[in-house]
Write a protein that binds this ligand. Structure first.
Ligand code: HSE
Length: 334
């Protein structure tokens, strides 16, 4: 029996809980039996060593809110095999996710996270700790939501050198730029529309100033390009100065404008900036989509595309990490 703890119960945590409930039979077919023994948010927690009713937990969160033990006490007192860390991102301190991840690994639990902060601030330290404790550390959900990129590079492109990554890694900016171009609206008119889609960060300046894209670029550079990158290494320009007129000039030459994040290992640079992209280029995607071009030595160029954010899309990445960690253990897991 796999005991799961979920830390952070916003859209992502609730999406994961719902999928673990709704697709239990399918997922247990891969990994054997599981139950969720703890769910926490910033106010408190629900715990039950026999397994929580997940739909009831979502109802309690909506109607009453959580109380009682906070996450650190839960980590100390509850037995769990795997932590799903889905608290909000802070790219400067990594907290509170960083401490949740460290303390969970120290208890010999595997960790799956959608939280970019701890990977941006302490990637090497967390990889080393996971290795020392013999636990798995998985973070597909931190970059590109449902778009497969980290496991794709680590598994399917194993043996390749990833030399360049160029991508549209922020759905909010891509949505804003798409609407500005099509409807000739100004940046500020579209921003509130983008916030209504509920994919913008709690502080939308993280999106529009390029901070979210830069955080994802650092994660990709460190995890699949063997670069030793930190957030400060990224040269960042956001989209706040783009005007509808910029699109007219670009369009007259058959280009559009997208916020492109690029990591180049040979040239040693990391950069996020609005760039001209030929209209029919794979990175000229529309709306909230993400896309990435992965340039490798053996496989050449690989392009992936998918929904970069959203409750179920992010849950998709987390559940695939869970299955990867426990796949093949079904027989030993009754
Ligand atoms: N705010 C992010 C985006 C969410 O718009 O892409 C996913 O990290």
């Amino acid at each position: 029996m796999i005991n799961i703890a979920i830390f952070g119960f916003g859209a992502v945590g609730q999406g994961v809980a719902e999928v673990l409930h709704r697709k239990k039979e399918l997922i247990e077919g891969f990994i054997g039996r599981y139950r969720v023994v703890a769910i926490t948010d910033s106010k408190g927690s629900l715990t039950d060593e026999k397994g929580l009713n997940l739909m009831e937990a979502i109802d309690i969160k909506k109607n009453k809110g959580f109380s009682g033990m906070k996450t650190l006490e839960v980590i100390e007192k509850v037995d769990f095999d795997v932590a799903i860390e889905a608290t909000p991102t802070n790219v400067h301190s990594g907290e509170p996710g960083l401490t949740h991840i460290v303390k969970s690994m120290e208890k010999n639990a595997n960790v799956i996270t959608s939280n970019k902060g701890p990977l941006v601030t302490d990637f090497k330290k967390l990889e080393k700790l996971a290795e020392k404790k013999g636990v798995r550390f998985m973070y597909e959900a931190t970059v590109g939501g449902a778009m497969p990129i980290i496991k794709l590079a680590k598994n399917d492109l194993a043996g390749n050198d990833v030399r360049v990554i160029k991508g549209v890694l922020n759905g909010t900016c891509n949505y804003i730029l798409t609407r500005m171009e099509k409807e000739k609206m100004t940046y500020s008119q579209v921003l509130s529309e983008a916030q209504e889609l509920k994919i913008a960060e709690a502080d939308p300046s993280y999106d529009v100033e390029g901070i979210d894209s830069a955080a994802k670029l650092v994660i990709l550079a460190n995890s699949i390009m063997q670069m030793n990158a930190s957030f400060e290494d990224v040269e960042i320009t956001g989209i706040t100065r783009i005007t509808p007129e910029s699109f007219e000039v670009a369009g007259s030459k058959n280009y559009t404008i997208r916020l492109i994040a690029e990591a180049n290992r040979k040239k040693g640079f990391l950069k996020v900036s609005p760039r001209l992209v030929p209209r029919h280029h794979p990175l000229a995607i529309e709306g909230t989509m993400n896309a990435a071009l992965i340039r490798t030595d053996l496989a050449g160029d690989i392009v992936v595309m998918g929904k970069g954010a959203g409750k179920y899309e992010t849950a998709s990445a987390i559940v695939s990490d869970l299955i990867e960690v426990y796949r093949g253990m079904r027989e030993s897991n009754g």
